[in-house]
Write a new protein. Structure first.
Length: 213
């Protein structure tokens, strides 16, 4: 499936030139003259879609569109283009999550490199998210008691300490421990701790959810 680049720019000659460059490079291209037109015709976010966005547009600005999309929860990667080098604008765009900021006239090599970087970063994020989703589904398969044992395991508690805290015999704790490792598809405590830390970091980033296991 071709990656699609949505180009939002009110310069017809630039649209025509950028379409040729991108299509020759193997991308599908959709053109929009204003931010409002993009919002009206806005496609559903897809992993293989990217936004090439001019900063200065009639009506809603490029930064304004970026803000609207982020407020709506869009994860569409954005590469900004501008006819002027404005440090504050560049900083604002990057801080708000833009992948890159290019100055017109844009060399074909620089443009394609920026899009390729956006694609690579998006692919990495998608892969990371898929792994986290898999880890969360495995955590969800744990019984409440296995979850308690797992929490204490990643905190470095020994079997005797876990048994003392939860009440069962050491033998029972060993059985729970084995099932935790089996259900989480890990072969070492280090792997389990690493998974718990990744899930905890994402929970903190989202300021919600249950940390660790």
């Amino acid at each position: 499936m071709l990656s699609t680049v949505h180009v939002v720019d009110d310069d017809a000659s630039f649209q025509s030139a950028i379409r040729r460059r991108l299509e020759l490079a193997g991308y599908a291209v959709q053109l929009y003259s204003t931010a409002e037109q993009f919002l009206d015709q806005r496609p559903i976010d897809k992993q293989s879609s990217y936004l090439l966005l001019d900063v200065q547009l009639p009506g809603l600005s490029g930064l304004g569109l970026q803000s609207r999309l982020r407020e709506a929860g869009s994860k569409l990667p954005i590469v900004f283009i501008s006819g002027h080098s404005e440090i504050p604008t560049t900083v604002s765009a990057i801080k708000a999550g833009a992948e890159d900021f290019l100055i017109k006239p844009v060399a074909s090599g620089d443009l394609l490199l920026a899009i390729e970087r956006a694609i690579a970063r998006q692919d990495a994020l998608q892969e990371n998210q898929s792994e986290l989703d898999l880890h969360r589904s495995r955590v969800a398969s744990l019984t409440p008691r296995e979850r308690q044992v797992g929490d204490l395991m990643v905190r470095g508690k020994l079997n005797k300490q876990i048994a003392f805290e939860l009440g069962p015999t050491v033998r029972t704790i060993k059985a729970h421990r084995h099932r935790v490792m089996e259900k989480m598809h890990v072969e070492s405590l280090a792997e389990l701790v690493a998974i718990a830390e990744r899930l905890d970091r994402q929970s903190v980033a989202r300021t919600a959810g249950v940390s660790g296991l």
